[in-house]
Design a protein around this ligand. Structure first.
Ligand SMILES: Nc1nc2c(ncn2[C@@H]2O[C@H](COP(=O)(O)OP(=O)(O)O)[C@@H](O)[C@H]2O)c(=O)[nH]1
Ligand SMILES: [Mg+2]
Ligand SMILES: [Zn+2]
Length: 317
């Protein structure tokens, strides 16, 4: 990776007098550390920063203005975000997880058995948050059982989602995936065991180095692996690795949002007989009729009905 070393020396300690308030610099939040934030400065170096309390939540991927203060940095301002992914926190509050994300890669594999209900849930959540999404079938080196999963991938591609068939193990298809990520900020999602960690390692050759650098900055000995961390992809673009963070629930979505999250439903949503149509058993439902006629894929429709049931059990809005 072509990370630049600083050409301009950092502010020497003690140079910050009362008279000369340092001017804020732009930085990129790449991780939460034990006692603060890891912010990457313009030279590509990691600066440990704390925040002003009034700033509220700062997320990985946030662009910030920060100043040097007693050998550390202090984040003064969070710059406007183009997207924000949150997850439910304590006391009905939401916690920011990733800012300025462009695309979510929903990963499935021939094994474990693909959970397409979960895929649809992720895709609907992305539609709801205005994030692009792509479906990645990993482990295509497992020739025996890949046909079925590739057929379903084609269904998603027909809906306009980018689809990639790759192998983190053999490297097959990874160049296409890299090209698809160039210049974008991406995050991987998917059930356990599909190969998210393996893909992350394949896409980020110097990940270990960066993780070590973070640990040193944190002074903790070891960077906690559960903290979401932003890494630069060698071919341009960024990957936010967020192990163990399930961020794509149905929280914050209602029944209408879910229907809207099925992008092939949109042409039909205004055509049901009743305004408050749930698109399940209702009389004169244009969506259901389109699914029965095969205009809307019946598998996707069936999964919508299941997800709607799940949503109602949650007793959401
Ligand atoms: N055959 C094959 N196995 C893979 C591939 N990618 C990952 N695996 C294996 O699948 C298992 C789960 O992978 P992991 O990356 O931990 O999945 P995660 O839970 O999604 O992070 C491991 O045993 C990997 O070695 C692949 O492309 N092909
Ligand atoms: Mg993993
Ligand atoms: Zn309807």
């Amino acid at each position: 990776m072509a990370r630049k070393r600083a050409s301009a020396a950092p502010e020497p300690p003690g140079a910050v007098s009362q008279a000369a308030t340092p001017s804020p610099q732009q930085g990129l939040v790449i991780s939460h550390l034990g006692q603060g934030l890891a912010v990457e400065n313009a030279a590509g170096e990691i600066v440990l920063c704390h925040t002003r309390r009034r700033l509220g939540g700062v997320a990985v991927g946030d662009r910030v203005l920060w100043v040097s203060s007693e050998g550390q940095g202090r984040v003064e301002e969070v710059l406007p975000r183009r997207s924000l992914l949150t997850r439910p926190g304590h006391n009905a509050k939401v916690r920011p997880v990733a800012a300025n994300l462009d695309i979510v890669l929903v990963v499935v594999a021939p094994a474990p058995e693909p959970d397409w209900l979960l895929v649809d849930q992720y895709l609907a959540a992305c539609e709801h948050r205005d994030l692009a999404a792509a479906v990645v079938v990993n482990k295509i080196d497992r020739v025996g059982d890949r046909a079925a999963v590739l057929a379903t991938l084609a269904d998603y591609q027909a809906l306009g989602y980018s689809g990639f068939a790759v192998s983190a193990k053999s490297g097959e298809g990874l160049d296409g995936l890299r090209a698809g990520l160039a210049g974008r900020c991406a995050m991987l999602a998917g059930q356990s065991g599909v190969g998210k960690s393996s893909l992350t390692n394949a896409l980020l050759p110097d990940r270990q180095l960066r993780t070590r650098e973070l640990s040193e900055k944190a002074g903790l000995g070891r960077h906690t692996t559960t903290a979401a961390t932003l890494y630069h992809l060698p071919g341009g673009g960024d990957l936010i690795d967020s192990p163990g963070v399930a961020v794509f629930g149905l929280a914050e979505m209602n029944a209408q949002d879910l229907a809207w999250g099925y992008r092939e439903f949109r042409d039909w949503l205004g055509r049901c007989r009743f305004n408050d149509c749930r698109h399940t058993g209702d009389k004169g439902c244009a969506v259901r009729e389109a699914a029965e006629a095969g205009t809307i894929g019946p598998d996707r429709y069936r999964r919508f009905v299941k997800l709607l049931g799940k949503l109602q059990l949650m007793g959401g809005p």
